[in-house]
Ligand binder design. Sequence first.
Ligand SMILES: [Zn+2]
Length: 329
Amino acid sequence: MKKLLKANEKVIGVDIGGTKMMATVYNRDFEVLGTCRKKSKGKATKAGSTEARIIAILRDALKAAGDPEIHGIGVGSPGPLDPNTGVIIDTPNLGWKNFPLAEVLGKEFGVPVVVDNDVNVGTYGEWCFGDISDCKDVVGIFPGTGIGGGLIVNGKMVHGFSGAAGEVGHMTVMLDGPYCGCGKRGCLEAVASRIAIAKEIAALAAREDAPYILENCGTDLANIRSGVIAKAIKAGEKMVEGVVRQAAYYIGVASGNLINILSPEAVVIGGGLVEAMPELFMEEINRGIVDHAMPFLRKKVRILPAKLGDNAGVLGAAQMIAERLHPGK
Ligand SMILES: [Zn+2]
């Protein structure tokens, strides 16, 4: 990868997720100098506002790096947000409404700040630092608690007119399907996110069709997470496997639609569910793509699981600020 930063320049990548926050300090070669990660929710959040916690995590990461001078901060945050101004429009989970995150961090640390959607920075990280940096057109899909997407077209992140393009999770895949968090019915997120999967598995557990789940985590959706779902499938719970396969197939249907519209060279799929069950997920996603993408368009498209795990977001965010500091390089 092209070196953008000057020899002594250092940047921080920050990933503000629904469940965890992470900050990593990088040098010019994107070697990790220091990192800090904490849960977004839980007892500690009572200690202060979200922004105070983010500043504390940044300071801890800097401390771990030996308190170097930094030159810029890249942030991935849940949206919707305006990537031009770094204002977060509305994130009920974090308690932000029209919150000027870039300005707040810029004042606190005295350096330029770039803010983009968390899944955009994750896709950007996978693109720049994964196995697909040679591709100019990339689709990223990250199924988790919700389902996020990132679109790179002709080597550039797509933000669209509103700034919030790439909401793959709210593509309608099932007319009259279940309600989604956005208020519409039948979005991909409503049928294939971890919450959607957990909802169906909880029902199986409640009527004793998934004894492993019932015994190990009960019927509370919050406890039915990727790891235990994978274990239940390994333990032979066929209905649990059926639920996951169907959800993954729907992600394949959405991927097929995106391939028809954007003709990407690579589709990268990340997030905890895929990490826990890569083979099963990729098999069904590929099946959905074969069934729903036009043969000529899907020919040669690389469909691959994400490679960088939790580091995709911080790396992508750090790369974005490096590019902002040295545009056109
Ligand atoms: Zn929706």
